[in-house]
Design a protein around this ligand. Structure first.
Ligand code: GLU
Length: 443
């Protein structure tokens, strides 16, 4: 079978993680089976649709790398891909219901006559779901066309899936109970239904249903905070799908290879913010240093357009690659390397100032001045010399030196700091720190 899946967002708000995950599962399933993935924009609700929402959805999908084979800007044989432009198609299918005597007028609207029988759907994730249509009072015939001539969601959604040859409908569990209605329509058209897979809800960490306004819900936050698209794809894939072993880090290609609807869990998925950031870190660590520097530079330039990046930015980025989880942590982590005005950690400063090595920092600064050809190794040799003369271990000077150079007790490798700062900035910082030891350190 030539698999055809679709993502059918309604552009009434920005793309959120639930929608993005639905798109991802459709994309993964189609790619796994060598089929087609279609983007159909369900924009028939003129009151609630906005061009901004439409743009945000397309941008979000493009950022994630979920490329569609047919859809807006990618014409195929089953267009148009904006539902609002498919009116003629909807009219023709509606006429089939009229001809078959399955619709009747009611107060200006048109109702679809349900078959009065139990309807069972077999969902790949949720199993069997039956709705009994024998009791008319519980399941009144549904309006498919309003008195203003417009069609309801159920009708156009079904018609477009049939007309577009969709073989697998993968969508959020919120649509599960709509599906028997859809099956009734499909049977009335006398065609075979697609396969259905309703994927579980996404919950907040506290177990409440995740809504648009919850932390982490809007996909547009992710690029700004410095998530990598591949990390978000990886994270979203694991919200509901589980590989059958303990592996957690997957590139998109591996997800495509391993994805199957059988391994989608029935239970709701819980959103774990820590895990999402951790996963981003794993993907950042997997980049080679040049790629990492490029990615970090692009993120920095996009978010701090007024601050020019120094020429040694690739070295700064390389020194910090292991030090943060999200790219927007970089400016703070790199402040002492990017410029000379950066915050000093009080506790680390006090600890360095009271160390036995502190009185020898002035001598170290003088040694630094005298280094002809600066390198981290030359600086460390100078440090060893000063330590020896002072009768302390070189290791004891490392911490105060780090604090003098960076204003904090933790950070990148000391050698990387010495290399990046160079002789003058290193010597000056050590001297300023040593000078400050006589007087209370300014805050
Ligand atoms: N436009 C519907 C939604 O966004 C599509 C539902 C479906 O995938 O069938 O909920």
């Amino acid at each position: 079978m030539n698999v055809r899946t679709r993502f059918a967002p309604s552009p009434t708000g920005s793309l959120h993680v639930g929608g993005a995950r639905t798109a991802l599962f459709n994309w993964l399933f189609a790619r796994h089976h060598g089929g087609s993935y279609i983007l159909r924009v369900e924009d028939t609700d003129e009151v609630r649709n906005t061009p901004e929402a439409r743009a945000a959805i397309l941008d979000g999908l493009a950022w994630l790398g979920l490329d569609w084979d047919e859809g807006p800007d990618k014409p195929g044989d089953h267009g148009p891909y904006y539902q609002s432009e498919r009116r003629d198609i909807h009219d023709a299918w509606f006429q089939r219901l009229v001809d078959a005597g399955r619709v009747y007028r009611d107060d200006g609207a048109w109702r679809f006559r349900f078959e009065r029988k139990p309807v069972t759907m077999r969902d790949l994730v949720c199993g069997e779901v039956t709705i009994d249509y024998r009791d008319e009072s519980n399941t009144p015939d549904m309006v498919v066309r309003r008195s203003d001539g417009s069609y309801v969601f159920h009708f156009v959604n079904v018609v477009d899936d049939l007309e577009m040859g969709v073989t697998h409908v993968i969508r959020g569990e919120d649509h599960l109970m709509n599906t028997p209605k859809h099956l009734q329509l499909i049977e009335a058209f006398g065609v075979a239904p697609p396969v259905y897979a309703h994927i579980p809800l996404i919950l907040n960490p506290d177990g409440s249903k995740m809504s648009k306004r919850d932390a982490g819900a809007a996909l547009s936050e992710y690029p700004r905070r410095g998530f990598l698209p591949h990390a978000v794809v990886n994270f979203l894939a694991l919200l509901g799908w589980s590989p059958k072993d303990d592996s957690e880090i997957f590139a998109p290609g591996e997800l495509i290879e391993r994805f199957s609807l059988d391994a989608v869990n029935r239970a709701p998925a819980r959103f774990d913010h820590e895990k999402c950031a951790w996963m981003n870190q794993q993907h950042l660590l997997a980049l080679d240093p040049a790629e990492f520097a490029e990615t970090a530079a692009a993120h920095f330039a996009a978010n701090h357009p007024a601050t020019p990046l120094p020429a040694n930015f690739p070295a700064i980025a390389a020194a910090l690659q292991e030090k943060f989880r999200l790219l927007d942590e970089l400016p703070a982590a790199a402040d002492f390397l990017l410029g000379d005005d950066y915050p000093r950690d009080k506790a680390a400063t006090a600890k360095a100032a009271s160390s036995p090595a502190a009185p020898h920092l002035a001598a170290l600064a003088a040694k630094f001045d005298g280094i002809e050809s600066w390198s981290a190794q030359a600086a460390k040799d100078a440090l060893a010399g000063v330590a020896k003369a002072a009768g302390i271990k070189p290791g004891q000077m490392m911490f105060p030196l780090r604090v003098a150079l960076s204003g904090r007790g933790h950070g990148p490798d000391l050698s990387a700091i010495l290399d990046i700062l160079g002789r003058e900035r290193s010597a000056t910082r050590v001297r300023v720190f040593a000078d400050g030891l006589d007087s209370p350190i300014a805050e």
